[in-house]
Design a binder for this molecule. Sequence first.
Ligand SMILES: [Cu+2]
Length: 187
Amino acid sequence: MKYTKCFLTVLTLASTICAIAQEHSEQDHTRHENTSRAVQIVALDECDPATFNDALGPDFCRNIALGASTKLSDLFAKAAAGTPDPGWDFEPDVVKVKEGTPLSVVDQGGEPHTFTEVTRFGGGFIPGLNAPGDDTVPECAGGFSNLAVAKTRILQGSELKVAELSKGKHRFQCCIHPWMRVEVDVK
Ligand SMILES: [Cu+2]
């Protein structure tokens, strides 16, 4: 009798540990949420204040992170070579949410980004930052003079809320750094 109880306890413990381990390994790649709490996505970059602000104006890049030192010319060179800088990134890359879950996108980088929904991933509105052969996608056309694009801009340290996504697959990208991409699956 005692042994049976002990055995069952061990089994229960083992399955709990297994479930926790599984959940953790899934979180490495995607983020799951099943409540109406917002799911957070962060925008990251490694802009070097000296070269960015010299070309784009004071305070354009306000990165205070240690080691954030990608020069503006290097960012363009890497994009032109088809190997865009991975330091410019949305995390996570894939988000799975239940319908009704809002997204909270926070710019933790040093410069502005956009979180723009597109039908198909493609180029942004700065041709020099697009992959070779990639054209500007329609949703990014016009840059910030296009109100629809301007509304998706996220400044340093600020947050953009995205709510009421319909069921299905949604794609978001940065219209400035078009390799920054997120797929959102709404169930
Ligand atoms: Cu960006």
